[in-house]
Design a protein around this ligand. Sequence first.
Ligand code: MG
Ligand code: MG
Length: 264
Amino acid sequence: MGHGGRRIVLKSPREIELMRAAGGVVAEVLAAIAERIRPGVSTSELDEVATRMIADAGGEALFRGVENPQASFPFPASICSSVNEEVVHGIPDERPLAEGDIVSVDCGVRLKGYCGDSARTFSVGRIAPDVQRLLDVTRETLEIAIREARAGRMWSEVAAAMQRHVEAAGFGVVREFVGHGIGREMHEEPKVPNYVDRNGQDFRLVAGMTLAIEPMVTAGRPRVDFRDPKEGWSVVTVDRSPAAHFEHVVAIGPDGSDVLTLGG
Ligand code: MG
Ligand code: MG
C-alpha cells in the first residue's frame, strides 16, 4: 500500500502522544468489533461499525481509497477483513461468518494528522485446537517483538526472535508483506520484516522511531498469492492453510517499546 520517503522520521514526545490518540481510536474499533463477532455476522456489518466509530471520533479511515498498482480499484472499506486462508487485505462483504472461522481485522485511522494501525485475528464461535494454536503463536510473536524492541538493538535481532518462535511451532512467516514505519503517513520508512532478511537493509532501533510491527503467520507453507489476480487485493495462502495477523504500533524508547494502539 505505498510508502513514504527513504528517510526514517523520528517523532517528538508530542507527536507520539498524537499517535497514541489515533491508536486509541483504532483500539476502540477493534474492541467494538470483538464484541460483535459471532456466527451469522458479516464482515460488511463489522466495517459499518468501524466507519461510524472513526467518523464519530473525527478521524479518517486510512485504508479507504488506497490505490495499489496491482489492484483494479481503490480499497473500498474502512477495515480489511481476511477470513481463514486470507492473510491480509480482504475486502468486507455480505457473507455471514460461520462457526469455526477465523477473521483477521486490520484497522487504520488518521486523527489530527497522525496515524494508528492495528490488527487482530478473532475466532468465530468455537475453533479447532490447531487453529487456536496458530492464533496464540502469532499473538505471542507480536508480544515477543514488543518486549525485545528497544533503542540500540538491530531490528534483525528482534526479527530473529519472532521468526524462531513461529518456526519452532511448525508455522510459516509470510515474506511478501512486512511491518513499516508510521507517523504522519501510514507507510513510512523503514520496512519492518518479521524474519531475518539477509538481502534487505537492517536498521538500528533509535528512540523516537515509531513502527507498526505485524507478524503474518501461516499454519502451512508461507507462500501467498492474490485470490484473484485481476482484483489484486485479497491475499491468500497458496496451500489454502489458515493464516493469522496481529499488529501494534510501538514507539521505541531507551528501555523498551511503548505500545501506542492499546487505547483505554
Ligand atoms: Mg494494519
Ligand atoms: Mg500496518
